[in-house]
Design a protein around this ligand. Structure first.
Ligand SMILES: Cc1ncc(C[n+]2csc(CCOP(=O)(O)OP(=O)(O)O)c2C)c(N)n1
Length: 202
């Protein structure tokens, strides 16, 4: 991928700022959702949806599109903001985030929201599904790429490690997994939760 010019980097930074503003607004209006993880993923989502991924917001089911799976599904507010900025649906819809009967629930639903590939929320599952999509694409001879975002807290799930081991074993090179290494899970530093692990194990 060619290096970005200063202008292009500036553009992505501006997009990420707008995503963060939407996140703060939607989550505070709804009084629901996960602000931390939705804010920390903004730069990653801006880069993916506005530079890296091959997508067509007017045709969200286009067969040749790259796929994105938000394995840390509780960060849906950030993904909705990105999809709205990219033109999958209106920015107005963001105002309904978390309300009863809205399509934009706190965890993303693939049957209700254009651009959402997989319904996620149970940590550890998204990366396994992303791996399955990538392996199926390889078998079918499809040339799209699969991107998956996982959390550092989420990485305590054994399922994450199992998926990564399988991906390495089968050399699944059409899957890119990105770790949102923000150091926090819910209200605690990840390092403090990890310190608890030995006492949980005995
Ligand atoms: C299997 C499972 N266990 C517990 C939860 C509850 N939960 C929601 S968010 C979260 C913390 C996730 O931390 P991290 O992956 O670091 O996400 P981020 O900090 O990026 O929001 C937990 C434990 C869940 N959604 N799924």
């Amino acid at each position: 991928m060619p290096e970005l010019s200063e202008n292009e980097v500036h553009h992505l930074e501006e997009v990420a700022k707008r995503i963060r503003c939407h996140v703060v607004r939607t989550i505070s209006q709804a009084r629901a959702g996960h602000p931390g993880g939705s804010l920390s993923e903004a730069d990653i989502l801006a880069a993916l949806y506005f530079h890296v991924m091959r997508v067509d917001p007017q045709h969200p089911d286009w067969q040749k599109r790259d796929r994105f799976v938000l394995s840390k599904g509780h960060g849906a507010a950030g993904l909705y903001a990105t999809l709205a900025e990219r033109g999958y649906f209106s920015l107005e819809l963001l105002k309904t985030f978390g309300r009863i009967n809205s399509t934009l629930q706190v965890h993303p639903d693939m049957h209700m929201v254009p651009g959402i590939e997989i319904s996620t929320g149970a940590l550890g599952q998204g990366i396994s599904v992303a791996l399955g999509i990538a392996m199926a694409a390889r078998m079918d001879g499809d040339d799209f790429h699969v991107y998956c975002l996982i959390g550092d807290g989420e990485s305590q799930e054994g399922q994450v490690w199992e998926a990564e081991e399988v991906a390495a074993h089968y050399r699944v090179d059409n899957l890119t997994v990105i770790l949102d290494y923000n150091g926090v899970q819910l209200m605690e530093p990840v390092s403090e939760v990890l310190e608890m692990a030995p006492s949980i194990c005995v």
